[in-house]
Design a protein around this ligand. Sequence first.
Ligand SMILES: [Zn+2]
Ligand SMILES: [Zn+2]
Length: 223
Amino acid sequence: MSLMELSHASNEVKVGGDSVAVMDLHRRDVSDEQLHRFEQYAAEMFSAFGMELDSPATADTPRRFVRALLDATAGYDGDPKLLTVFETECRGGPDCRLSQVIEGPIQFYALCEHHALPFYGHAYVGYIAHEHIIGISKLTRLVRLFARRFTVQERVGQQIADSLDEMLAPHGVAVYLEAHHLCTQMRGVQEASPLTRTTFWRGAYEENPALRSEFFVACGLQR
Ligand SMILES: [Zn+2]
Ligand SMILES: [Zn+2]
């Protein structure tokens, strides 16, 4: 069993000497001075919109808001623990081409890049391993890496699918996301709370409808 190793300097993953760029891991550089300025902007906005900032409960709200937003977008900082990939003993045959590894539901929270308001829901991720596999907990990390940003649901799914494809070189990748979007639900008159559903298929899943149905059945999503 060999490990892929993360090289921080070059943001690459090494597989037995060969390097493949997997994802950007530029840690954000936000100074205390900037954070302090952002707190003042937030205070100005909250107070103009109606918040009373001089109560014990709210005096610290601008600071908490800025910190919470920074935490909620920590996906931009990358996740070095993610990049450990193991080799399997691939013997070819139908198991290698058809056996799915499926994880879900994985809860995620993201911020829509159009309104900077949350959308949140569940991800289901599946792949058909070839020579590399990834720890199950790493799939959860991968989802969070791309969800904790200012983004859109389509991009989260594409990034999960494409980075798994790149990291594992599997026979196929399947990603299904369902989410509630607060930017539509909190404004206007919405009686129902609709789920937005998106699917992403790579490799064998693109050509094989039976694999796609099996994925949904295994996820418990066949209704
Ligand atoms: Zn939005
Ligand atoms: Zn194979």
